[in-house]
Design a protein around this ligand. Structure first.
Ligand SMILES: [Zn+2]
Length: 360
């Protein structure tokens, strides 16, 4: 029988392509001198910002960060709530939702859950009433991307509008890509964020001002996924940049230091584009120490942004703490407790400090 010999290089082709992709040149990004950022805080609506940490994920630190050393890292999976005076309640990311709390076989799936070392706490829909909020009052959700640890809770808020980059929506709809499962947002009614032709904002090439009042600015940051975005919250007292998974931890934008080769190659849709977003964040934080950067899974976030109510913590941590060089040890450990993690005070509001995350 005649068999056609396959040249040896053909077997190596996928690896050559992978290497080429991993080593591709990173595009130039705008230097700080070429852009400016000013916020007129006197005209901003008096919104409140709250953090909810609903789960932890654990993995090798050397996977999260290039040259990250030995040991494991446990980072939070979080959702953030804006109580906006005229637009109602807005969620930035939903984290894993009720479906994951009830069975991790549903979302994200038992295999994925074990691979990322998922420890599920309580979903946002259950935490909201403890802060005195009715989940039915959530009017808007804006997601940094549609991976389950950021978007799994969408189904818990059927009455809320979903703001998402259309590229992300299309990518997630294929659903075979790692991290995506369409179930939680099968019935969602998306409002597509369109950055085409929009004006630059800070170091980013475009932006969408969600409510037209400067309080919530969505920035295009494709790379980690096809339609990843960052969300900037401008409050009268400070600004907070939620990077989604463009940066996972402080080291990424501090350094700046890339993710591991494995993460860049296996997880990222376009690792060079994600790195570009990281550099933009780096320049922004360098030029504006008053900008509070919140990476997707930085362990110290739990300590900085304790659960309810965040506004008190804004004063407590100051505006520039998160831009100081990280003195954290190589191994980060945080804990999200399960039942009873949010002791409720007699006035019906949860205790502000130490509810959920505690550094050992
Ligand atoms: Zn994530």
């Amino acid at each position: 029988m005649l068999t056609r010999r396959v040249p040896a290089y053909r077997n190596a082709l996928p690896f050559i392509l992978l290497l080429t992709a991993a080593c591709a040149k990173v595009p130039e990004v705008p230097k700080a001198e070429t852009w400016s950022w000013e916020v007129d805080r006197s005209s901003l609506p008096d919104a409140d910002l709250y953090a909810m940490h609903v789960a932890t994920i654990t993995g090798a630190r050397s996977f999260f960060v290039k040259g990250g050393g030995k040991g494991k890292m446990t980072g939070p999976v979080s959702s953030y709530l804006i109580d906006h005076p005229t637009e109602g309640l807005v969620l930035i990311d939903t984290a894993f939702g009720r479906a994951t709390a009830e069975s991790r076989k549903s979302y994200p799936g038992a295999l994925q859950a074990s691979m990322v070392g998922l420890e599920m706490g309580r979903p946002v829909v259950e935490q909201l009433p403890e802060g005195g909020f009715d989940p039915a009052d959530v009017a808007h959700m804006v997601v940094t991307h549609l991976h389950m640890d950021h978007a799994g809770g969408i189904a818990d808020f059927p009455g809320a509008a979903l703001w998402v980059d259309e590229r992300e929506w299309k990518a997630a709809s294929k659903s075979r890509l790692p991290g995506y499962k369409t179930g939680p947002y099968d019935n969602a009614d998306p409002r597509f964020l369109d950055f085409e032709g929009t004006a630059p904002y800070g170091p980013f090439p475009g932006h969408v001002d969600m409510f037209g009042d400067g309080s919530l600015i969505v920035l295009p940051s494709p790379g980690h996924t096809a339609g990843s975005v960052m969300v900037l919250v401008n409050l009268p007292e400070a600004s907070w940049l939620f990077t989604g998974d463009t940066t996972w931890v402080d080291d990424h934008y501090h350094g700046p230091t890339p993710k591991s080769w494995m993460a860049r190659t296996v997880v990222e849709d376009d690792a060079d584009a994600a790195w570009e977003g990281t550099i933009r964040t780096h320049h922004w934080a360098e030029a504006h120490p008053e900008l509070n950067v919140v990476p997707g899974h930085e362990p110290a976030t739990v300590e900085r942004l304790n659960n309810w109510p965040l506004p008190e913590n804004v004063g407590a941590v100051g505006g520039s703490l998160v831009n100081e060089a990280s003195s954290a040890p190589d191994v980060h450990e945080v804990e999200v407790h399960g039942e009873g993690a949010h002791p409720v005070e007699e006035d019906g509001r949860p205790d502000a400090v130490g509810d959920v995350g505690q550094q050992p």
